[in-house]
Design a protein around this ligand. Sequence first.
Ligand code: SAM
Length: 372
Amino acid sequence: MEYRQITEGSTTFAAPVQDQNTAFPPGTAPVFYNTRMELNRDMTVLLLSCISPENYLDAMAATGVRGLRIAHETGTPAIINDRDPLAVAIIEKNAKTIGGNIRVTCDDANRLMCTERFDAIDLDPFGTPAPFLDAASRAAKRYLFVTATDTAPLCGAHLKAGMRRYFATPKNTEYHAEIGLRIMMGTIAKELIKYDRGMEPILSFAKNHYFRSHVRILGRVTAAETTMNHIGFVMQCPKCLYRTEQKGSLLPQTHICPYCGAETEAIGPLWMGPLQDKPIIASLLEKLPAMQLGTAKQMDKLLHQLLAEPETCTFYDYHIISRNLRVSPPPIDEMITDLTNLGYPTVRTHFAVTGIKTTAPLHIIEEWILSW
Ligand code: SAM
């Protein structure tokens, strides 16, 4: 196999050369390496440089880039695993070159997580993390980090696949990106709760073709109960843009849209608690300039957005509201300033370029757009 040397962050490692005729999709390489996931990996490197877990399992490692970077750039002891012997040969070669506290294993991730516990576990599968969440919920002592790339099932575009994998009903709304992230996080919460454990999200976001969440695990029944209270439903009117949030119940309560009288439809169950630990996000922003990270500029923008977003579970697309009102979209910055001055914190959201996260109810946003 032919290799090329790649540097991400301050770590240089070898990855197999892709066949030039099949350079895309990235899964066509003999061992998977996707440059489009660099920001995803950079974020975890930055986070681990702040929270310093005792050890870190990269459960599905491919070239090992994630675990290698964690060991090399944060000094965290890393266990790097893949079930593919070809991948493991590459990881071993890379681990030897890089040095540091690294153990390489060739095992099925579920089997490994059933035989050993780790302070932090990272799941980065092809597609859905659902088949790995049960074992990870028991094997992770303090931290669990999860990526999902099956955005179509999570967002409601492939409804039945989403229901099967996540035991939740998504819906393809204009805020589907947030729904997808929250359904994934709701599934993580449910897996932990059944073992009388709870979770507190530290850093969660949606980007391009994936969702990513880093959560802290709390091993107490009371924490499981608190976590349960953060599970709920978004109730969406099928006829207009009105929606409301119902928390703390596994059964959606019938709710009638106050604008058009239609019965709202339940989206969920999903995670309705905070997506971020904001003091940690603030400390990541402070630490970022001192780190050598290839996507630092994008990270800075994203972290500022995550810090500013109010904890609502949905967002509005102001182009869609304007279209429904048959008017041109207003200048977004003016709208944000005015709604905020009216007492409704409003910001752009990282979920969509024409999205605004606001505590303002729909009729206030509509009135403002019409008066502009
Ligand atoms: N984490 C890598 C990175 O950042 O570049 C990418 C991982 S790739 C998306 C998924 C990897 O999971 C593949 O290398 C595949 O061999 C491995 N894999 C799939 N199922 C597995 C299982 N049950 N146990 C262990 N590894 C598995």
